[in-house]
Ligand binder design. Structure first.
Ligand code: RIB
Length: 319
């Protein structure tokens, strides 16, 4: 349920249709292996984050671009059904809706290849005419759209004094200008390494995460929040570093964990929570998400979220 005075969250991001398959391992080049459990579902980091925020009760609009095809139509309808304002979604007459190929192992870990398709047809100049850019209080970005469009959106937001949440996924090195335009950056561990020009296959310690976050902080944001799976999150600001633990859960599918975290963070901030409380809220949203298959059906309503808190033996936690 939305409340009066609640801030407007606007996600400028991607919609992808997801093709999901379980696999015992990843093939090498030239090899074919057998997987199982194929399904088609809604995805895309931007769309996932918008739905996460909306289902939790946020006032949310989505700005994106889909193809003129069945996947695009059903994706926009899914967003609408989830309560997301889709007035500013464009349809490309030539590019296909974005696609995400998601491979899951038996531990629920995923790896994903995205073909952005129509997501890259959202152009910088399009943002000038999108009404929700102006009415936004909190702007949320990822990296599945064209980089020039993301930069333009961030510049417009920064100039107007809006809070900018940047989920740098899928990450690449050399994004200093985007990091500098952001208020809050939310990488996972591998993205934090990539942003710092390091090998993403290492597992950074808490000290490493703090050090690498401080390197990013020097580029301009007020906070870096590193999402660390079952270890929770690390919130790093100029004056502080806070470890926020995640509740213990039975992990079924980690797809969308980072998206649910970022959507949850945006909602808590839109309701006026202080940043450490918003990170705690987001950690629990992420934990809920990984207990279920798929992404959209694994995103909790506010009611489901409160029940989950009780199950986590946190009955006195009020969000
Ligand atoms: O973060 C998960 C998402 O990444 C998937 O839904 C997939 O579409 C990719 O965008």
């Amino acid at each position: 349920m939305q409340t009066q005075g609640q801030k407007h969250i606007v996600v400028i991001g991607s919609y992808n249709v997801g093709f999901i398959c379980n696999t015992p391992r990843l093939p090498v080049w030239g090899e074919t292996i057998l997987g199982s459990g194929f399904s088609v579902c809604d995805g895309g980091k931007g769309s996932n984050q918008a739905v996460a925020a909306s289902k939790l009760g946020g006032k949310v609009s989505f700005i994106g671009c889909v193809g003129d095809d069945e996947y695009g139509k059903s994706g926009v309808e899914m967003l609408r059904q989830a309560g997301v304002n889709v007035d500013d979604v464009s349809v490309s007459p030539t590019a296909a809706t974005g696609v995400g190929f998601v491979f899951l192992n038996e531990r629920g870990e995923n790896c994903i290849v995205v073909d952005p398709g129509a997501n890259h047809r959202l152009l910088p100049e399009d943002l000038e005419t999108k009404k929700s850019v102006q009415s936004a209080d909190i702007l949320v970005f990822q990296l599945e759209n064209h980089i020039e469009t993301i930069r333009k959106g961030m510049e417009l937001g920064k100039k107007a004094g809006k809070t900018i949440i940047f989920n740098p996924a899928p990450a690449s090195p050399g994004l200093d200008d985007l990091i500098g335009l952001s208020t809050i950056v939310t990488p996972n561990e591998s993205e934090l390494l990539i942003l710092n020009g390091l090998d993403p296959s290492c597992t950074p310690s808490t000290e490493d995460c703090e050090h690498l976050s401080r390197v990013l902080l020097r580029k301009g944001p007020e906070a870096v929040i590193v999402t660390r799976g079952e270890k929770g999150a690390l919130l790093v600001t100029a004056d502080d570093s806070v470890i926020v633990p995640a509740p213990r859960v039975n992990v079924v599918d980690t797809t969308g964990a980072g998206d649910s975290f970022t959507g949850g963070l945006a909602v808590a901030l839109s309701e006026g929570s202080a940043l450490p409380d918003a990170v705690r809220f987001a950690c629990y949203v992420g934990a809920f998400c990984v207990t279920k298959e798929d992404v959209i059906p694994a995103l909790p309503t506010r009611e489901e979220f409160q029940t989950f808190l009780l199950q986590c033996a946190e009955p006195n936690r009020v969000f």
